[in-house]
Design a protein around this ligand. Structure first.
Ligand SMILES: Nc1ncnc2c1ncn2[C@@H]1O[C@H](COP(=O)(O)OP(=O)(O)OP(=O)(O)O)[C@@H](O)[C@H]1O
Ligand SMILES: [Mg+2]
Length: 572
């Protein structure tokens, strides 16, 4: 739901405050430098007045003093400008690093259910563009706002001190000009949000196009997809056109806020000079100061613009922040299972909860579990649906104690992968109980290969494993043939865009990961669906051997896999 304006500003403000908090020293230093710069501008104006008046009166000593003071102020000004810029850059880069790190952390630890519904393009846009928007707002606009306000305030006090009436007359138009610019700005804010959302969607679409090129080519879908993409960019272009029209309208509104006070001032102050109520030096010095008072009134709408752009970005970052995170893993390789146990039993009675704690503590010494060989799985009245409509898993109950192979059978779409995902903890059941006694290794239906070496692709399943273990997993999973084909053996780079693997090879990489991580319970989702009969035989032999000391649950269509199972569970 779209937050209202006030809420948006409030939550963006809280967001920025939290972001700055750990780096407040840079913000404070930059602000301090801004204050010094404001004071130096006031002294500068006072010195201009002194220099002009003493030149008119021919007072040499005063001329020398003011020129000397000018030089000192100039050096101080340059130094503090440098400090301000440096601290603003430090603030922006440190806060930006925090922001990106936090987003990456959330993306890695977010619950699968939350991640499954986000679009890659949106995420890429948030990590790259939105974080940059926020950082440039921090670095430029936020510090500038502070320094401009300080300068404006000091200059206004000075002007009031010289002649309060002059100050009031000069700025009589300002609220009207501000009203125009702020009204235009409001319109631009909503356009910015529309533009950001549309370009996020276009990015997602392009990402899909790139990953689906074989499908596009084989079904000759280029033309229709090109039209969709062109239309998307035509829509974005239209919004951008609207933004530039409103932006163009801002210019005259800003100019009037800038020039009218200057003209009013010159007329009124000129009259005071003619009447001998003001010196020429004061007239020029205050005219210089006017820039500082007028500056923020012109700058403010632009700042608001930049803030509005940041609000659109902050909204998207907050969407990622709102994702639910998984429980932190209690030991390597056991994350999925520990999570599933903790999550799945939130609503159970104390008795069962104690069991869960017992299970959890066992994971930290999980060798005991493997040695004792008591693998256990228990499902009681489990129900699950992805959305509120169709139930995929309906009142499913079964239990199994000990090692062996359980085959999950059923028609395509009957819920085999869904059940594997529930057991592995990717999703939580809507009701019922699921209990696993130990960690799981999972081989998913769609194996994913990281752009890295074959060795590292498998090693990442158990970073503590020695090289021998990894190589033996590669052999057991029947990947020797692939290793022989690759230029640098298992140290060759693989992955889409580097060296693509066949579907069966990907499956075996996934299986090698499971063999290496070697959790007591294995969840295999159609692990041989892309293999030829000969390679399948090798894998089936491995599974059979492993089933002596593992509990292996296989989602299977193939008769060859169903045949080796000790038990069959039919999903309907
Ligand atoms: N993320 C999702 N959101 C909504 N519905 C989904 C989602 N994933 C799967 N489904 C639906 O849930 C049902 C069960 O899907 P599932 O992948 O578990 O079937 P399966 O038995 O593994 O099929 P197959 O044998 O084809 O792999 C299907 O109707 C599918 O369309
Ligand atoms: Mg499936």
């Amino acid at each position: 739901m779209q937050k209202n304006n006030k809420l948006q500003y409030k939550s963006a403000f809280t967001f920025l405050t939290e972001l700055i908090k750990p780096h407040k020293k840079w913000y404070l230093l930059a602000s301090l430098a801004s204050i010094v710069l404001a004071v130096s501008e006031l002294i500068h104006a006072k010195l201009s007045q002194l220099l002009i008046d003493s030149s008119i009166l021919g007072k040499i000593n005063l001329i020398v003093i003011s020129i000397f003071s000018f030089s000192i102020i100039l050096i101080l000004h340059a130094f503090f400008e440098y400090i301000k810029m440096l601290c603003s850059a430090k603030l922006s880069t440190s806060a930006g690093k925090d922001l990106k790190q936090k987003i990456c952390h959330i993306l890695l630890y977010a619950k699968y259910k939350d991640m499954a519904n986000v679009q890659t393009g949106d995420i890429l846009k948030t990590v790259n563009v939105d974080t940059e928007n926020v950082c440039s707002f921090l670095e430029g606009s936020l510090i500038d706002l502070f320094s401009q306000l300080i300068m404006a305030f000091s200059a206004l006090i000075y002007l009031l001190y010289i002649n309060p009436r002059l100050a009031v007359v000069t700025f009589i138009y300002t609220p009207i000009g501000m009203f125009f610019t702020l009204t235009l700005n409001k319109k631009m804010k909503s356009l910015y949000i529309i533009e950001e959302n549309k370009s996020g969607k276009a990015l997602s679409f392009i990402e899909q196009l790139i990953s689906q090129i074989p499908v596009i080519k084989s079904f000759v879908m280029e033309k229709q997809l090109r039209i969709r993409l062109y239309n998307m960019y035509r829509d974005i272009g239209n919004v951008q056109k609207d933004i530039s029209v409103w932006n163009a309208l801002m210019q005259p509104a800003c100019s009037s806020t800038s020039y009218i006070p200057r003209i009013v001032y010159l007329i009124y102050a000129g009259k005071l000079v003619i009447e001998n109520n003001m010196s020429i030096g004061t007239l020029i010095a205050v005219f210089e100061l006017l820039n500082f008072i007028i500056g923020p009134t012109v700058y403010f709408p632009f700042l608001l613009n930049s803030f509005n752009k940041s609000i659109a970005s902050i909204n998207r970052i907050e969407k990622i922040y709102s994702m639910n995170l998984e429980e932190v893993k209690s030991c390597e390789n056991s994350k999925l299972c520990v999570n599933s146990i903790i999550e799945k039993h939130k609503n159970l009675d104390n008795n069962v909860k104690n069991n869960i704690l017992l299970d959890k503590s066992k994971y930290n010494q999980n060798i005991d579990i493997i040695k004792s060989g008591i693998n256990k799985i228990e499902l009681l009245n489990v129900n699950f649906s992805y959305d509120d409509n169709a139930k995929i898993i309906k009142s499913l109950s079964f239990s199994h104690e000990g090692n062996g192979i359980i085959a999950l059978c059923g028609k395509s779409g009957s819920g085999k992968t869904t059940l594997i995902d529930l057991l592995s903890g990717l999703y939580n059941q809507n009701s019922g109980e699921i209990k696993l006694s130990s960690p799981c290794s999972v081989v998913t239906q769609d194996a994913y290969i990281f752009m890295d070496t074959l060795f590292k692709n498998i090693h990442m399943a158990k970073p503590s494993a020695a090289s021998d273990e990894v190589i033996s997993s590669i052999q057991l999973a029947g990947l020797d043939v692939l290793v022989e084909k690759l230029e640098f053996g298992h140290n060759s780079m693989i992955g889409d865009g580097v060296r693509a693997l066949s579907g069966g090879e990907k499956q075996r990489v996934s299986l090698a990961r499971a063999i290496l991580s070697d959790a007591p319970i294995w969840l295999l989702d159609e692990p041989t669906s892309s293999l030829d009969i000969e390679t399948e035989k090798i894998i089936i032999d491995v599974i059979k051997k492993k089933s002596c000391n593992h509990l292996i649950i296989i989602a299977a269509h193939r008769q060859s896999l169903i045949d080796i199972a000790d038990r069959r569970i039919e999903l309907v």
